[in-house]
Design a protein around this ligand. Sequence first.
Ligand code: APR
Length: 234
Amino acid sequence: MTAPSSIVVLTGAGVSAESGVDTFRDKGGIWSKADYREVATPEGFARNPAKVHEFYNLRRRRLVGIRPNAAHFALARLEAAFGGAFLLVTQNVDSLHEAAGSRKLIHMHGRHDSALCMHCGQRSPWTGDMSLETPCPVCEATGGVRPDVVWFGEMPYRMDEIYRALRACDLFVSIGTSGTVYPAAQSVRDAQAAGARTVELNLEPSEKADAFDEAFHGPATEIVPAFVGRLLSP
Ligand code: APR
């Protein structure tokens, strides 16, 4: 197998699961305890902004103190050691990839440590709770600050860059995602159309498992470092 010259990695909630971050669709996951239509859509926010703010305040509090795991560190090692083009696209809103040292990174679904003002459109670094009374750190208006995360029905961030990278890559690796949410779930097809080899690393076969050329199943903290090790010393 020839060494790749351009790698795109897509991660989902499964890469952070062993750091103690809840996934969405596993048993007992986030969407088994909250209705995404009420807390993760623009319509839900318009209907009951306080409920949406409380949902994200709770999630933001649960992310305090979490640490990157061996899978995050392995991906940072791959980025640093790989001589070719590299892009890590994450669906996750936690900042564990950055904490592990990843830099060539796109948060396509936004991030929990950022606030977006609907009045001025500015983003600001954010920790702590948020509410309708929260003034925007930039324009100081209240009533318009929201979590800087992409809700269902909204366009994920920086899709042009992601599509360009997928069309140029010769290795696409999907890690810890159920492959149920678009456009992220389309990535494997986009990479294949560009002639890339596609690999799934997941606890168990995802909904898109059959679309991949190869698959390795098990906990991310085991299979990701092993995969990166083989990639860096073929
Ligand atoms: N190691 C590897 N994979 C794991 C682990 C683990 N320790 N634990 C769980 N997984 C896998 C599960 O098997 C599942 O396939 O991670 C995947 C998590 O799937 P989801 O919970 O659906 O999360 P994700 O795919 O990231 O969801 C995509 O949906 O709700 C939206 O915006 C939200 O970004 C999220 C998007």
